[in-house]
Design a protein around this ligand. Sequence first.
Ligand code: SF4
Length: 425
Amino acid sequence: MSTLAKSKANDAKIITLGCRLNTFESEVMGRHARKAGLDGAVIVNTCAVTGEAVRRARQSIRRARRENPDAKVIVTGCAAQVDADMFAAMDEVDHVLGNAEKMNARSWSFTKTTPRVQVGDIQSEHKIHAHNIERFGSRARTYIEVQNGCDHRCTFCIIPFGRGPARSVPVDEVVAQVKKIADNGVAEVVLSGVDMTSWGKDLPGTPPLGALVGAILRGVPTLPRLRLSSIDAIMIDDELMALVRDEERLTPYLHLSLQSGDNMILKRMKRRHSREEAIELCAKLKSARPGIAFGADFIAGFPTETETMFENTLKMVEECDLSYLHVFPFSPRTGTPAARMPAVPPAIAKERAGRLRVTGGQALCRHLERHVDTKGDVLVEKQGFGRLADFTPVKLDDTLPVRVGAIIPVKINAHDGEKLIGQII
Ligand code: SF4
């Protein structure tokens, strides 16, 4: 996914690829670029999660240069961090900034003596702080960074080499940041990071993620909705489990990083959970908060995956009662252990991903069916569209003017297999 952000006519254009954390960081970089007077510059904030993501980054850079022949083109993000020389070798590129450098305002004052490549050792980054934004433009929800980096080494993943060690924004800074955003009238804040459930491990007293969520909900009673971005299934702490059960404002949706439904594959991925633990956790969350919905990431065709192993992943969709699947056919990332494992033919990986998406579509229909003839509150994201607290998309009658960012009562009359059809009441 790529987004093009530009708030004022001659502001720098920011092309954001990849995850929500990149979206948040692009917002902060936009401010640094504006303060540095980089009018008309083009910033490409890259992703390195798959070979395809890097290909898209190069494609976006070439297009940016074609469409802006005189602009300064600046490349940042995980792909730039992991392979700075490759981007520096592109004629289209003026500057390459690493993931730590991009968040530092000083990196954006380019002079004749500024080195073309400013990419430091991300593994030596151990501290992060809040960046104090008020909101993202007119968006109904705002993502904020509470955690960055990762200390795990899943065998398919390049992210730790782009993002560095796990590090957490201190709780009081997060609460102050969320308060500022809520005071600005934003109805929903999404806590974002790379490995969210490791939040606090590097802070005094090693508080769990549940302590942060609890502090935000107590510290910002005016915030209608608090959402968690993707989390590592098994690492949910007791405090967080209790908040999921008791706190209406903590939205009943969790995106779980499951990756596979087969124990041997999970072992070869170096994941920290078994299929049984994931199923048990989903059942526990459903009994704690009956209306909760789950999304999940899956890789199809991981090296050595047999048809029987893949069927364990297909079965997992119903066993965990998942509603939304993000499915990726395995693509080897140079430099990761999985890239050296005996591969499943790409055509089979693609075919399995196709079957898993079909299973996901059926699961989504089951989820949508449950909402028909019910009432719920929708956060309006744009005219005629919004989402329930469990993240279900709802199409609204777009002739009725509603304020983006408002939470409105809606009666659900039907669904079209992808979203609900709602009537404002
Ligand atoms: S937990 Fe695993 S998949 Fe997630 S960022 Fe860390 S190494 Fe990558």
